[in-house]
Write a protein that binds this ligand. Sequence first.
Ligand SMILES: [Zn+2]
Ligand SMILES: [Zn+2]
Length: 271
Amino acid sequence: MLVKVKASALCRSDMSIYHGRPLIEGFPSGTFITGHEPSGIVSKTGPCVKGLKEGDRVALIAFIGCGHCRYCRGGEPNLCESTGVLGFTTHGADAEYIVVPERVCLPLPESLSFEIGAITTDAIGNLYSTMKSIHLVGGDLVAITGLGPMGLSGVITAVSMGATVIGIDPVEDRLKRARELGAHYVINPQQPDILESIKAISKNGVDKSVECSGVESAINLALDITKNMEWWPRSAKLVRKKYRLNQARSSSGRSSHIWGPGILTLMNGKK
Ligand SMILES: [Zn+2]
Ligand SMILES: [Zn+2]
């Protein structure tokens, strides 16, 4: 399918290419056109295209699996053994047009702009998947540590799912943004009495934590403030083990089957 690109988000991993240290090894800067979080309009279809037609609005998922293995057929091309990645192993969407197979195209509702559609392919898919994997439900009190683009997407997603959200980040501008996006509480972790601040909100700690910073102190904090984990520091070994587990879980969030429900949640939350 030929897609006319309307928006293509800039991601941290694009910066890794720009600075000559690409996240996916073996594909140095200049090998391919970047752009793995795009949206656009179907411009032309090939003879095998069944579900989309010229003029349809689409967001493109970055992973181009084989289309036949159990992962691809289950909507998880990111786990396919022979998957390719737009902008890394094949030409991406920082261009006027891009040619992609139909299976990477996700129908984009009219009510979402192309810009939001482009951003959602990574951010909402990942964070919605994370919230589902920790069984977040309405009424849960959830702490989100690290309020960069992914953490803020976590705020939007958790609020849309009905949770009460505590945003935690040392950067005041990010705390302000989290508030604007619906976080019920925001806390700067550099204050000396952060555990007391959490206890003032809920004396037994939060129900669930989502760690989006990758900073060890934040990982420790997330473990310390989560209910039934007690108020004492974890060992570094345990932290690393749990961290790997959570990373492994969230990586499956880029699958196409989780994007649709994520988008519906986003729309129902009117964010
Ligand atoms: Zn990305
Ligand atoms: Zn496959």
